[in-house]
Design a protein around this ligand. Sequence first.
Ligand code: ADP
Ligand code: MG
Length: 277
Amino acid sequence: KGQQVAATAVKDPTDPATDSLLNISDLGIAYKSPNGSLNEVVKGVSLQIRRGEVLGLVGESGSGKSQTAFATLGVLPNDAIITRGSILFDGQELVGLTDRQMGALRGKDIAYIPQEPMSNLDPNFRVGAQLVEGARAALGISKKEAKDRILALLKRVGIVDPERTFNSYPHQISGGMAQRVLIAGAVASRPKLLIADEPTTALDVTVQAEILDLLRDLQAELDLAVLLVTHNFGVVADVCERIAVMQRGVVVEAGSAVEIFQNPRHEYTQMLLRAIL
Ligand code: ADP
Ligand code: MG
């Protein structure tokens, strides 16, 4: 791991690619249209996330944020193809890995929180059982150890009666609770990278702030790298150290949160900022 880096390489500490955990470079993603031509929706995106850093990926709906996240998770739909570029995660090239190899990474080193929490819970199984399976597989621990770990994490994410939630079916808990449950499940495998795609968009406004606070606290506590995808600039303001702004499949501007907020250079960023200030 990391040995691809030439020993002679000079490290620039201000270059985000230095010690980057995730290094996406020149990524292209296209959909096949019915007439067989390719419609490129991500057009040469480059992003870096250092270990333990939160990157906000911002941009209006349809700009290609989720496709970029899906490619990193290895869950692009079947009719999408990666046309170019590279996704280096912890020194490993993800482009070209098999579904099985990506599945193993996703269950362990790369975790995911979806926009719709219920979409990632199976309605037929109790919440706890679903999380225990994930933790067992990722960490190679016993069922009992996994259950203890999940119960402790449910408590950590603010669930008042962890035992009761553990034994509930998804329809018996609220959306906000389901999102807490998924966050507990996501961090259970001790991931290095957490990808959260619009994690608060589907929730009540009062719950949104709580979930963001929780994500921020856990991120610091666990030294997690986070890719926080959102169409809402307000969401990234408090949480992210660096921000990348996407428009129509392209990153138009990237920099520290302070730079972007104080001195946005791109017209599109300026427009997004005006909308929240
Ligand atoms: P965002 O997450 O920024 O809102 P997406 O990454 O979901 O945007 O989508 C980027 C573009 O890809 C959009 O123009 C969308 O219409 C297109 N797209 C997404 N999914 C599909 C699909 N299954 N088939 C064709 N085009 C798609
Ligand atoms: Mg999206």
